[in-house]
Ligand binder design. Structure first.
Ligand code: SOE
Length: 383
């Protein structure tokens, strides 16, 4: 049968971990979701000719380029997917939006508030011309997290009193782990704070449906020097290894956040708990197909945390995949992300999380850093 759907060519910049995950999303989305458009993996961009050619062939991209600006000049590229370290997000995203390309940008949106503001302004101008943008906070697209958001929005938690969020990893506990780009401030902007703290700030704001209005925080760098990755010698770690902060949500709730790469034994424990006047929710990414819900309106004898296996066909996203109980993984969150992005482009609506949502997270990150530099002093977050 003839396929009359419009084709949207994707040009992706970067092909390391995030590039690989995004590639699998672009590759599989059309096979599992009935899309109004047809995405095409048109061109992959990377700095080394040899490595980008090999990555393009391995991951299914039709062409390879070594200069991201070449992607903007191509008529067969309609979407730019940015999977580079934070120091290049603003330049690429703004140029792409101005060139009329839709933009999907990895998180955190930028390395500074000023960059995130400029990107948000460019996104606003572009949206007026029908050009869409989205920041890749993929955990919003875990079915259990989307269900948590729906339950809160339906009022099942009542008034939110507490938000408690953690993102715990352990990949640099070993002091011999090399000084990779994520440990360099000029490339990554910050450490655990921006890399994984950004996720839990976004998740709390998304699920609770409320902004963080102020914070007080501490950051720490436990290992100050590490071996250089490609030469002899050591270099200085210029970012935080861990960040711990409390905050206030606009509805009055008290919130706590912990982001660390030093939680030995915790691999990707992105967790949150919300407590409201009518009930509570609890999620841990290491068991990502489950959401725990306590309905406090039930009689005490039968109430208590109940495990919801979020794999039913009526659960968010789940119906497109496997029969109940068979479960999804990390990669599916990115497939859901590009699905929603493509649908919004086709419908002519603004996808979420928007660059403005990314800026909102960036302002919280900045407030935490200012607080930590001032011995934990209370730091309001600009609205
Ligand atoms: C590394 O800490 C990392 O890959 C983050 O950059 C991702 O955003 C997170 O999903 C998993 O951990």
């Amino acid at each position: 049968m003839e396929d009359n759907r419009p084709t949207l060519g994707v040009g992706m910049v970067g092909h390391a971990f995030m590039g690989r995950v995004h590639s699998q999303a672009w590759r599989s989305v059309g096979a599992f979701f009935d899309l109004p458009v047809r995405p095409e993996m048109t061109v992959l961009c990377g700095r080394s000719r040899q490595r980008v050619d090999a990555a393009a062939a391995e991951m299914g991209w039709a062409h390879a380029e070594t200069d991201w600006k070449a992607l903007l000049r191509r008529d067969d590229v309609h979407i730019i997917d940015i999977c580079t370290p934070g120091d290049s997000h603003a330049e690429i995203a703004i140029a792409a939006l101005q060139a009329g390309k839709h933009v999907l940008c990895e998180k955190p949106l930028a390395n500074t508030v000023a960059e995130a503001e400029a990107m948000t302004e460019a996104a606003r101008d572009a949206a007026a011309r029908g050009v869409r943008s989205m920041v890749a906070f993929n955990y919003r697209r875990v079915p259990a997290v989307a269900l948590a958001r729906d339950l809160v929005a339906a009022g099942r938690l009542g008034e939110i009193r507490h938000a408690r969020a953690q993102y715990l990893q352990d990949w640099i506990v070993d002091p011999e782990h090399p000084l990779v780009w994520r440990l360099q401030r000029d490339k990554a902007g910050s450490g655990a704070l921006g890399d994984i703290g950004a996720h839990i700030i976004d998740i709390v704001q998304f699920v609770a449906g409320q902004r963080v209005t102020g914070v007080s925080g501490l950051t720490e760098t436990f290992v100050k020097e590490r071996p250089l990755p490609e030469e002899d010698g050591v270099g200085e770690v210029t970012v935080d290894d861990a960040a711990l902060f409390i905050g206030r949500l606009e509805g009055g709730a008290m919130a706590s956040f912990e982001a660390t790469r030093f939680a030995a034994g915790r691999k990707n424990a992105m967790r949150f708990e919300l407590n409201g006047s009518l009930g509570s929710l609890w999620f841990d990414f290491e068991a990502m197909n489950e959401l725990w819900f306590h309905d406090h309106t039930l009689a005490a004898e039968e109430a208590g945390f109940r495990r919801i296996l979020v794999t039913e066909s009526d659960h968010p996203y789940a119906g497109a995949w496997w029969p109940p109980g068979h479960g999804l993984g990390y990669e599916h969150t990115f497939t859901h992300e590009v699905k929603d992005f493509l649908e919004a482009i086709a419908a002519g609506t603004d996808p979420t999380p928007s660059f403005a949502d990314g800026l909102r997270v960036q302002r919280v990150l900045d407030a935490v850093e200012r607080s930590a530099a001032d011995e934990g002093c209370w730091s309001p977050v600009e609205p």
